[in-house]
Every structure is written in structure tokens, then in C-alpha cells.
Write a protein that binds this ligand. Structure first.
Ligand SMILES: Cc1ncc(COP(=O)(O)O)c(C=O)c1O
Length: 394
């Protein structure tokens, strides 16, 4: 914290009174708005950890959904210098375009859908499409207009049933694509259903497809399958390249992965806000919509200007805790769009202006801790962070 409470309590105009290092970075942010911190050091550490685990294979860093909440351009800028990161994968064309407009040079794979105009834009921006349907003619037309072959990856559905050409139909599609001068096949990929027994079957299907194409002299490029789950569970599926997201941001998607000791991950994202109001409730008084909380005894509560519109899940009021001044306090009542309420206890131990950490890299307030405490998931916590919140790269 480093700021005295008296400073805040005595201040007439909080924003003007904040030390300059704590003031918001733009005039349009209030210093009391929640913000997101991104730890460049932790991000780099996590990439180094993944690289060590999969060496010498490259990492295709999944930075979709606004870089898992950290900001797609922030993450790409921080990771581009890492030799182990061979490229980036996103799902929205707009994110791929934003990367190029920000000057990102490494390969970008667009794993999401596109129409012919979108394909043209992707190719013009040097973004590789992920293909799984018979769009050979479209590829021919766009390649002719752009005057160059289109590097792409083919997605094979080995059982997840989401996107991807069904594995039994993949060979003819791939044969058709590689027969075209408009196409340069850079890779083939699949996604695990993350069901241990079935994953084995999926991998066998994928390997048999790749082997049979290889037997026909078809070069499939880089074979990739392993997301963060695969980094822990499927060393046999590291293949030619890995494709993690969450591990790069320093979060264990399952508690058992932390205990496994395979990767030392450090959360690279924090969500913080400042206490905006502290007041006592008498026994019997309530807080939150529908009187979700009723004080059993006299108690102090603090209001935070962070709610579900910022990305704090509504369920966080059902067991989540917030760190203020080194102590953890329970979120209570209900999380509304822009506010949440914290129970402080019998003494007013926090003050307006104190930093409240919803999650960070410290034990007890890690994203996994908040997710576990309230029955949420780290994917919900990070990917739902409001893109408009200020992001500070530290
Ligand atoms: C196709 C694909 N590959 C890789 C990933 C990365 O997954 P994770 O964040 O679990 O590592 C995702 C994310 O859901 C994905 O959709």
C-alpha cells in the first residue's frame, strides 16, 4: 500500500490527491477504476518453463480472446522476442489484424472462421488461416488476386466434434489442398477432448493420418495438438510444436497440475481496485440486492468499484476472497455490475483508497484460489476481463 489512510480520509478530491505513480495512466480513467496488471517477468518465466518442458520444440502461443484478458497486443509484444515462441494463434480476424497493425512480425494463425473477404484480408496481412472444409477454389482465387500461395494449417477433428475435418475424411481434403499451387501446407493440428482414455484414441487417429499421408510423400508440416492440458498430461503428444494458452499466463487449469511439479507457473495477470467506501453495518442490517447478506453482528464492510461488468464473476460473492493490506477478506452479498462488497470484521481495518486485489500471483489470492473458492474457472476469470479496463504492464 504505502499510502497512509489519513491521506485518503482527509483528501477532498481523491484523484487529484493520489501520488502520481498511482494515478491512472490516462485522463479518462478514474484512479478508482479497477485495473489489470500484467507481469512481463512472470509471462517470460512461464514461456521459459514451457520451453524447458517441450525442448527443442517451438511454442505456438495461443493469445486468443484478448490474450486471455491481458490484452492481445500486450502479450504479443512481450512474447515476440522469446526465441521459443514461433508464432501466435488467435480466433478472431480482428485480433490478427490488430497484431499486424501493432507491428507484430511473427507468424499468426487464425483459428477462427472467415469468409472470402476475410480470407483475403488475412492473406494480405500475412495471417495463416486454419482450414478444414473444401475451400480450395476460394484459396485459388485469393492466392491469384494476392499473387502468392497461401500458407495454412489444416485442423483435423479426431473426436472433439467442434471444428476440424473429421479424421476419416481428412486425407482427401489434405490431398486436394496440397495439389493446388495456391496452397502451402504449414501444419496439421487437432484438439484433445481432455478425457484421458479417449485422448489416446484421438492421438492414435491423428498419428495414423499423418503417417499415411507421409507414406504417400505428402509433407504435412508441423503437427501440433498439445494445449496446456497436454503439457501436463500428454508428453507423447508434443509432436512438432505445442499450442498452449493458459500455462503461458501462469495458471494451472486443474489443481492437480500444480501438485504434479512438472511446470513452475506464475500468474502474469492481476485484477485490482481501490476501496471506495467503508462503513459499519449493525446486526440485522443488510447489503446487496435482495438483501443477499444480513449482518449477524455489528460489522464493517468495504465497497469495491469492481463488478461482473469488469469480469468479476457473480459467483465470486459465494466464497471468493479479496486481499487488502496483506489480509484476505470475504466477498459477501452479491456482485453487481459495477460493485462488490467485502466483509472486514469488527474493526475498520481498511480505508478508502486501499488497494484491493481480486487476484494476483500471491498464494491465497492466485486466480486459481479465487476460481476454486467460488466454483468458477480460471478461464472465466481471465477471459471475461473487460477489455476496456486499463492494463498496466509491469
Ligand atoms: C484450438 C486450441 N488450441 C489451444 C488452446 C489453448 O488451450 P489452453 O489455454 O487450455 O492451453 C485453445 C484454447 O482453448 C484452443 O481452442
Amino acid at each position: 500500500m504505502g499510502i497512509s489512510r489519513r491521506f485518503f480520509l482527509g483528501a477532498g478530491a481523491f484523484a487529484l490527491s493520489l501520488p502520481s505513480r498511482l494515478r491512472a495512466t490516462t485522463a479518462s480513467d478514474s484512479s478508482f477504476d479497477p485495473w489489470i496488471e500484467i507481469s512481463a517477468a512472470n509471462l517470460r518465466h512461464n514461456v521459459a518453463e514451457v520451453a524447458r518442458r517441450v525442448a527443442p520444440r517451438p511454442i505456438l502461443a495461443v493469445i486468443k480472446n484478448n490474450g486471455y484478458g491481458l490484452g492481445v497486443v500486450n502479450v504479443a509484444r512481450l512474447l515476440e522476442p522469446a526465441a521459443a515462441v514461433s508464432g501466435f494463434a488467435v480466433v478472431k480476424l480482428a485480433e490478427a489484424v490488430a497484431l499486424r497493425e501493432a507491428g507484430i512480425r511473427k507468424p499468426v494463425l487464425l483459428m477462427g472462421p472467415f469468409d472470402e473477404a476475410g480470407l483475403e484480408e488475412a492473406v494480405a496481412r500475412d495471417v495463416m488461416p486454419m482450414v478444414y472444409t473444401s475451400i480450395g477454389d476460394q484459396l485459388d482465387r485469393v492466392a491469384a488476386r494476392q499473387g502468392r500461395p497461401i500458407p495454412l494449417h489444416v485442423c483435423v477433428d479426431t473426436g472433439i466434434g467442434r471444428v476440424g475435418v473429421p479424421h476419416a475424411q481428412a486425407a482427401p481434403l489434405i490431398r486436394d489442398l496440397v495439389s493446388r499451387r495456391s496452397v502451402r501446407l504449414e501444419g496439421v493440428m487437432m484438439t484433445f477432448a481432455e478425457d484421458p482414455a479417449f485422448d489416446r484414441e484421438q492421438l492414435a487417429r491423428f498419428q495414423s493420418l499423418c503417417a499415411s499421408l507421409g507414406g504417400d510423400g505428402i509433407r504435412v508440416g508441423k503437427r501440433h495438438a498439445a494445449s496446456s492440458f497436454g503439457l501436463f498430461q500428454h508428453p507423447d503428444a508434443f509432436l512438432d510444436m505445442v499450442r498452449p494458452g493458459m500455462a503461458i499466463y501462469g495458471m494451472y487449469s486443474e489443481p492437480k497440475f500444480r501438485r504434479a511439479g512438472v511446470l513452475d507457473l506464475r500468474p502474469a495477470v492481476s485484477l485490482k481496485a481501490r476501496v471506495i467506501y467503508v462503513k459499519p453495518l449493525r446486526a440485522g442490517e443488510s447489503a446487496g440486492y435482495n438483501r443477499a447478506y444480513v449482518a449477524e453482528r455489528d460489522v464493517w464492510v468495504a465497497t469495491l468499484p469492481v463488478g461482473h461488468a469488469d469480469g468479476l464473476p457473480r459467483v465470486a460473492a459465494k466464497g471468493g476472497r479479496v486481499r487488502i493490506g496483506g489480509s484476505l477478506y470475504p466477498l459477501i452479498a452479491s456482485v453487481s455490475a459495477s460493485h462488490s462488497i467485502v466483509e472486514i470484521g469488527p474493526e475498520p481495518r481498511v480505508a478508502v483508497g486501499d488497494v484491493a486485489t481480486l487476484f494476483d500471483a500471491q498464494e491465497g489470492s492466485r486466480p486459481e484460489d479465487l476460481a476454486a473458492a467460488c466454483g468458477s474457472s480460471v478461464y472465466d476469470l481471465t477471459m471475461h476481463l473487460n477489455p476496456l479496463l486499463p492494463r498496466r504492464v509491469l
